[in-house]
Design a protein around this ligand. Structure first.
Ligand code: NAI
Length: 328
């Protein structure tokens, strides 16, 4: 199939080209993300391949339909960036990679907790300046903490299994509790989860229900000094309110791999530009905040799975007109 690959970085290109040898698709790589400004590049491609920050709005999908697009494949598990109703209306199939590597995101989540919890980011910076003073680098041990895992699907479940080795108390919250999780964690109701978790890590999709789930109304119910970790989607947090609660100490630590306005910033080198996003700039001034650029997925194992599944999704659609990994 002729496929336009948007938001393609060198690592996407390498893995997709390597695994395409056994699929034989005709891949054309575009570095910019798909948006109303770039969608003309998709003209004449029945397959469009995107990533997490491509803007697959109803207006963009209307145009893509005119250009002959028949399938949109996101190289991610989450698909909140795609207007599914618009795609359905035009008969465009939307497919994703449902589980490329829960381990990649889980291990990154643990890395964020351990880095911030043991102040490794500060120690690293000190050592590079030949400052070997350790005062101010006191951390905590996970065995003394209660960790709340919000969302116990593929990634949340892996986080719980990985955490179980640290001896911490693990609470879980999900609309659909899972028996396997009960071997390692205790499902509790929302108020108990909020009141008793020292660390809260979010692993649910972004939906209208979970949008700004941590906000002006819910944040006060959390433990004083709570450590929040978000590797799911930026808009699960109301960032402005989170900043307020960082300033008054209610939130003691924050580690985010995702940011609600990340689309204009992440995956680009903006080091010689004046920061234009006030909230992002403010977050970066806090010593107890760690920001990474939506990279929890980025392992060799995950890239291989993403490439193979994505190319397979297109092949299945070509063969059958459907795909097991379709959404919507
Ligand atoms: P999943 O679909 O396996 O699990 C999601 C869980 O959230 C389900 O158990 C579901 O019941 C639960 N859930 C949904 N709405 C809820 C609500 N309102 N209240 C409580 N629980 C709710 O998804 P998976 O694979 O575990 O991924 C989770 C999220 O991680 C994805 O949606 C995506 O946004 C994010 N992600 C981030 C990556 C990164 O690089 N930072 C990479 C991959 C995924």
């Amino acid at each position: 199939m002729k496929i336009a690959v948007f938001s393609s970085k060198s690592y996407d290109r390498q893995s997709l080209e390597r695994y395409n040898v056994s699929f034989g698709h005709e891949l054309t790589f575009f570095e910019p993300r798909l948006s109303s400004n770039t969608l003309a590049l998709a003209r004449g491609f029945p397959g469009v391949c995107i990533f997490v920050n491509d803007a697959c709005t109803a207006a963009v999908i209307d145009e893509l339909a005119q250009y002959g697009t028949r399938i949109i494949a996101t190289r991610s598990a989450g698909y909140n960036q795609i207007d599914l109703a618009a795609a359905k209306q035009h008969g465009i199939l939307v497919v994703r990679v449902p589980a490329y590597s829960p381990n990649a995101v889980s291990e990154f989540t643990l890395a964020l907790i351990l880095t911030l919890g043991r102040k490794i980011h500060k120690a690293y910076n000190r050592s590079r300046e030949f400052n070997f003073e350790i005062a101010g680098l006191e951390g905590f041990e996970l065995r003394d903490k209660t960790v709340g895992v919000f969302g116990t699907g593929k990634i949340g479940q892996m986080v719980i299994k990985n955490l179980s080795g640290f001896g911490c108390r693990i609470l879980a919250y999900d609309k659909f509790p899972n028996d396997e999780v009960k071997r390692y964690a205790t499902y509790v109701d929302g108020p108990t989860f909020a009141r008793e978790s020292d660390i809260i890590t979010l692993h649910c999709p972004l939906t209208p229900e979970t949008h700004h789930i941590l906000n002006q109304e819910t944040l006060p119910y959390l433990k004083d000094g709570v450590f929040i970790v978000n590797t799911s989607r930026g808009a699960l947090l109301d960032t402005r309110k989170v900043i307020t609660f960082l300033k008054n100490g209610k939130i003691g630590m924050l580690a985010i791999d995702v940011y609600e306005e990340e689309a204009d910033y992440f995956y680009q080198d903006l080091s010689d530009k004046i920061p234009t996003n006030d909230e992002l700039a403010r977050l970066l001034t806090f010593p107890n905040v760690l920001v990474t650029s939506h990279m929890a997925f980025l392992t060799d194992h995950a890239l291989r799975n993403i490439a193979e599944t994505t190319l397979g999704n297109f092949a299945e659609f070509e063969r059958t007109g459907q795909c097991a990994n379709q959404v919507g």
